[in-house]
Write a new protein. Sequence first.
Length: 300
Amino acid sequence: MKTVRIGINPITWTNDDVPELGGDTPLEVCLSETRQAGYAGSELGGKFPRQAEKLRQIVQAHGLDIVSGWYDGRIAENDVEAEFAAILPHLTLLKEMGCKVVVYADTSFGRHGAIHDPISIRPTLPAGEWPAYGKKVTQLAEKMADFGVRMAYHHHMGTVVQTDEEVDLLMQHTGKAVGLLFDTGHCLYAGGNPYALVRRHAKRINHIHLKDVRKPELEKALKEDLSFMGAVMNGIFTVTGDGMIDYADILKVMADHNYSGWLVVEAEQDPAKANPLHYATMGFKNTRQLAQDAGFTVKQ
């Protein structure tokens, strides 16, 4: 049975990188509206407690599960043992919360300040370094799998794996322990083709972020070389089915490959302009219908 669950990222309500975007919104509001909108779970955010017992009580009170959680990785800079030691507390929390994957983005050589730089400025890996890099990522992913939480490698704007070509190189030079987090919005923003990318790597995808894109804002961001956060503030991203991406095609591909896991609605927006509950509800309804039409059974 092709069964999925639908979750959301709390960035809909509050942005950890830019506190003025919903920074004063209490966690209780995020979680109560997550449940009200229909979701089965939430990814972690900065306002979530990091003690499993405390976190479990809070999310269970809202009838929710924890889906996964982002980690700022540094595997391009660190050796495998050091990187695994650094991520172990995060993996431990995820495992104790019943999560199957960790959202792992390699933010080596930058990220936090870089989200305010033009998107043309970012770190890249020289061509000759991909085999060694892939070996390190694979070894790290194998250690994660042995621990009980699989790597879902997040291709992301402003990182060493941003473009479709870089995703291809990552998949080429890594072993099967390395799962791919497929993010539709980051793929499109990076100049990629999400319909082709999902077909090439469906077997490796173990987590999905459904981030839709508003075409006028995408064109503006690319033309003006805006920063990532500048594009977000302008409204480049929105929830599933509210932008230019054909999710019927993408979800059908994943259903045909027997994907089983979470579909996560993730749309960084300014909550003062895009009411979180309104957009969260829209995203859930659209995602549920699209998933069912693709052949998935949606489990609460």
